[in-house]
Design a protein around this ligand. Sequence first.
Ligand SMILES: Nc1ncnc2c1ncn2[C@@H]1O[C@H](COP(=O)(O)OP(=O)(O)OP(=O)(O)O)[C@@H](O)[C@H]1O
Length: 264
Amino acid sequence: MTEVFTVEQARYRYRDRVVLDGVSLTVRAGECVALVGRNGCGKSTLLRLLTGADRPADGRVLLHGRPAHAQRRRDVARQVAVLHQQLPPVPGLTVRQLVAQGRYPHRGPLGMLWRPEDAEASAALAATGVAGLADRQVDTLSGGERQRVRLALALAQRTPVLLLDEPTAFLDVRHQLQVLSLVRRLHAERGLTVVTVLHELDHAARFTDRVIALAGGRVAADGPPADVVTPALLADVFGVRGRVLADAHTGAVRALADDPLEQP
Ligand SMILES: Nc1ncnc2c1ncn2[C@@H]1O[C@H](COP(=O)(O)OP(=O)(O)OP(=O)(O)O)[C@@H](O)[C@H]1O
């Protein structure tokens, strides 16, 4: 299978603070991968390196075999759509106008001119359940509504690769399941490659095929959910005492975090 992302011994620091300290992993075309780990362990930073928005201080981050940061932004945007943790403020822009901007990488020289009638943008609005909000100004939306608009913006880009940074943030439980089911369905139907940061280990186990846990600036575990989501992971990576229940029929795992462990 083709390697979409190849990360070799990537290191990254913010001033004197080392965040990634030798991360190595590969993501192949058509994989659906969860990236998990404690707050501040470097998940968003790693996503930024994968898109080439930033480059590692050391090591290599390749997108389709070439350094991600050295590729033209528009070429990357045709390949990879990103759901960022935050939308930039977009004063005066309606949902429809914002989501239509997801089409930008596919347009010609006048690409900045949005075309609200774009079929892909309309499909993305419908798929994420925000078509009814299309004429609302984005800045007036609730956190959960805005979150679904962010996903619509990423889907409108119609790329073979999706990078999602906490796609369920702000969502009520029903919308969490709807969004993750949608991502899973797109992965299955379109063969999308998905890398998604998730905080809920249950979601990682249920909606992805592979879980990569970051800790101490490195990959602490990487494999199928049933192998990675264990009491040892809860303790060592997340600092909690917990249990992991496996469904007797499907083998699907559920993680129950019981108590925070004393930290050294
Ligand atoms: N621009 C910045 N300048 C300095 N430090 C930063 C900057 N951005 C992030 N950091 C720090 O780098 C570390 C990793 O941040 P990152 O956002 O990648 O973590 P994360 O795993 O995505 O966290 P979370 O789960 O809380 O979203 C954190 O300690 C954060 O405070």
